[in-house]
Write a protein that binds this ligand. Sequence first.
Ligand SMILES: Cc1cc2nc3c(=O)[nH]c(=O)nc-3n(C[C@H](O)[C@H](O)[C@H](O)COP(=O)(O)OP(=O)(O)OC[C@H]3O[C@@H](n4cnc5c(N)ncnc54)[C@H](O)[C@@H]3O)c2cc1C
Length: 640
Amino acid sequence: MNIRADYRELGMDRHIPRRDFLNGLAIGITGAYAASVMPALGASNTAAVRQRAPGGAPEMYPPARIGLRGNYPAAVAAFGPMQNGAYRQFPGLDVDTGERYDLVIVGGGISGLAAAHFWRRALGNTQKILVLDNHDDFGGHAKRNEFTYQGRTFIGYGGTMGIATPFPYSYTAKRLIEELGVEVERNAEFQDRHAFEKLNLGPAMFFDKEHFGEDRVVAGNGRIPWAEFFAKAPLSDDVRKDLVRVHGHNPDYMAGMSVDEKIATLAKISWQEFLLKYAKVHPDAILFFRGQGGRNNKRVDTTPALEAARRGSAGFNGLGIERDEGFREASYTFHFPDGNASIARLLVNRLIPAALAGGTLTMNTVVQAPLNYAALDEPASTVRIRLSSTVVRVQHHGDADRSKAVRVAYLRDGKMHGVRAANVILACNNALIPALMPELPDKQKAALAYAVKVPMMYNNVLIRRWSSFAKLGAANINSPCMLHTGTSLDPGSTVGGYKGVTTPEEPIIVHMTSNPNKPGLPRKEQHRAGAEQLLSTTFEQFELEIRQHLARMLGPGGFDPAADIVGVTVNRWPYGYAYTYDALADPDVPPEKRPHVIGRQRFGRVTIANADAGAAAFTNQAIDEAHRAVEELFVNNGLT
Ligand SMILES: Cc1cc2nc3c(=O)[nH]c(=O)nc-3n(C[C@H](O)[C@H](O)[C@H](O)COP(=O)(O)OP(=O)(O)OC[C@H]3O[C@@H](n4cnc5c(N)ncnc54)[C@H](O)[C@@H]3O)c2cc1C
């Protein structure tokens, strides 16, 4: 085989099936590298990680698919043509299904599934509902990844990790979680951090050669005195001195200003600008902060300094500005091994009992319950979930105000299908809605197009043992200047019969997170650039990056990428977190004039759910927006 020696050392020739999935079918990888590697891959059938299929044949069990997942290519292939106006006219149908529904929901994420649940709870189980989603699995961002290795199944989360409580769940969202049998306050029972504590593992930083002169992991940030931590880091004396200074007790860098003046100034500058102009740190010190920032993946250059100050970030404690208790965020975060994919499964269990065996499932039974994907779209069921179906057009019959029905066109298996509905909820991405319904008022379309979702990756790498982490004293490592800024051991929650990992000699999922961006550009531009990067990078390029990163970082702990990596699933989310406003990037307007409020107005028999409609990126918002969208239809139908 003609493969570069350094690639072989990294294990790029190892037998991990690598492919992009096109509606369940592998599509060939391209390029010189692929040409050299694929014959070798095909020469052996002994994949290190095999697919597991409790619900049927492997292609029928999407969580076990590895390779490029998340918003994988085939799922989003129609988005470009849609946004370029390909479906301005309602398309001709290849297949008129003849189906009629009381409600069609576009998007099978938490918001879409919750909307179906609220609708049925109010109007009863005879209501006919169809959920359409462009992916081969339901849950939206809440996605489950599975690896089976040496007879054991490892479950990870490919997107939404958990339920952060008690802040800021509304009554509606809390009620739904309780109704699903999830007792979030019992979180501590299921998360076994004991193994990490026993080995004294905690946070660490990876200083990379390109930015810091040499590759070095230093453990203990936030746990040992900062002077001691920075003494071990590859930094110049000036940078080290400044970093120690801003992490200690700071003087008032804005002396002479009143607190109000400070607040007004900090709202309009970034944390980075504050560090450079007011705290006067050496420019190279900023590299240390690159992987840090505010809520929703804002970075040091896009986080308003005021938000950073309120969070208690480095540099601000001499200003006399109070920390905002709201920023303590959750007091605990409940999570299943597959994250909120279990929440999606619990919802599906209520909607289509035949799909998940075991009666009414709860937190104790959902994780291991067999899921039969074939049962999701049974004609006999009043609720149907149709996957791999991208909705391209939604249009009222006649005038939206007087219409009695809505036509929905979707692409499935390359053919244009059509269904009709008395009501439609768009629980998808706001930015796509103008393409779905070009007849919306221009002002509403402009408002819907305002936000740019946050690009993200939650990648899972199964390694056969984690003794290298133990040797380095690290359970989670921040790499501020690498593509993947976060690398953490995910022992998995021990819940519902699933057993988490406890010893370094066991295989474990390493969770690698990334928020591709372009420091220096305005935030929305950074999101666009990051999304573009995710959409144009192949699985092989991501895999190579992951292997190189882990090799460089964990090599001194004895990590051998070729032998130790036994599975890689890349979950790319170019359409990740919902956009949220901040004082730097968005005009300060009254709440009712915010784009998400203008954008989410009911239009005839169509309402808009999904987290974008709440301009907040979390599960609770997806649930709240579903509830609002359902209620708006009830009002429109005279049901209240
Ligand atoms: C990597 C990641 C980690 C996260 N972690 C957390 C966390 O730990 N806790 C938390 O509370 N929140 C988290 N979030 C945010 C949370 O996942 C979301 O706020 C919430 O799940 C959004 O639900 P949704 O249904 O509104 O949207 P989505 O989950 O995006 O679901 C919408 C669905 O509609 C589909 N769709 C779009 N257009 C079409 C179309 N034309 N036709 C058919 N289907 C379409 C989408 O592809 C998607 O499947 C995370 C998000 C990401 C990306």
